[in-house]
Design a protein around this ligand. Structure first.
Ligand code: PGA
Length: 223
């Protein structure tokens, strides 16, 4: 049985009120299906409230973050250490291309972040932009997200994404699980997930709306 990861990446969106409204709409409608592993990664402002709402509701959705500090706990103004986040999050999206391109995040920084989350049991989900991107040792989950496909409405083809997933597995190990991200929507969900090399989807824009996110989840179960 193939496990299907569906990860919502809210990026820098949603007030606490908007985040809680989303949880109230999405949480009760997530099918209790053991194939599914559904995650929401809110920005830090809403993280604690989302975590609480998911726990109180008993919803089949888990909570992650979009970044962690490359440093430990201590005098790092503006940073949030993995150890501090481990009370709230079980997964961390690391090395997203927006961070690499806008904030100068490098493969070395991503590797340090992977090491930090590993110490506290947060699962790293490392974003790679192509089959050449470095994947730090010990990482079991990556998301192939070609930059041209992010937020553009022009996804990669399932064929090409599957090929990149195959190349990544060849280099970094067959146990590596590869998600696809970049202009995923309800219409293309099945085509990506029908590829055996693709284990799930990382969803940006359409994850912000309850209906479009739920549609992706429903289509995923048909794949
Ligand atoms: P998108 O973003 O779904 O809006 O294309 C995906 C991502 O950047 O994770």
């Amino acid at each position: 049985m193939k496990k299907i990861w569906i990860v919502a990446n809210w990026k820098s969106n949603k007030t606490i009120a908007e985040a809680l409204e989303w949880v109230g709409l999405v949480g009760p409608k997530i099918p209790k299906d053991e194939r599914l592993s559904v995650w929401v990664c809110p920005p830090f402002n809403a993280l604690g409230e989302v975590k609480k709402a998911v726990q109180v509701g008993g919803f089949s959705i888990r909570v992650g973050v979009q970044n962690v500090s490359q440093f430990g706990v201590g005098a790092y103004t503006g940073e949030v250490a993995a150890q501090l986040l481990s009370e709230l999050a079980d997964l961390a999206i690391l090395g997203h291309s927006e961070r690499r391109n806008l904030l100068g995040e490098t493969d070395e920084m991503v590797a340090r972040k992977v090491a930090e989350v590993a110490k506290v049991g947060i699962e790293p989900l490392v974003c790679v932009q192509d089959s050449e991107t470095q994947v730090p040792a010990g990482v079991k989950l990556v998301a192939y997200e070609p930059v041209f496909a992010i937020g553009t409405g022009t996804p990669d083809t399932p064929e090409n994404a599957a090929g990149v997933a195959r190349s990544l597995k060849k280099v970094w190990g067959q146990n590596l699980e590869v998600l696809y991200g970049g202009s995923v929507n309800g219409d293309n969900t099945k085509a990506f997930l029908q590829r055996e090399e693709i284990s799930g989807l990382l969803v940006g824009g359409p994850s912000l709306e309850a209906d479009s996110f739920l549609e992706i989840i429903d289509r995923a179960l048909e794949a």
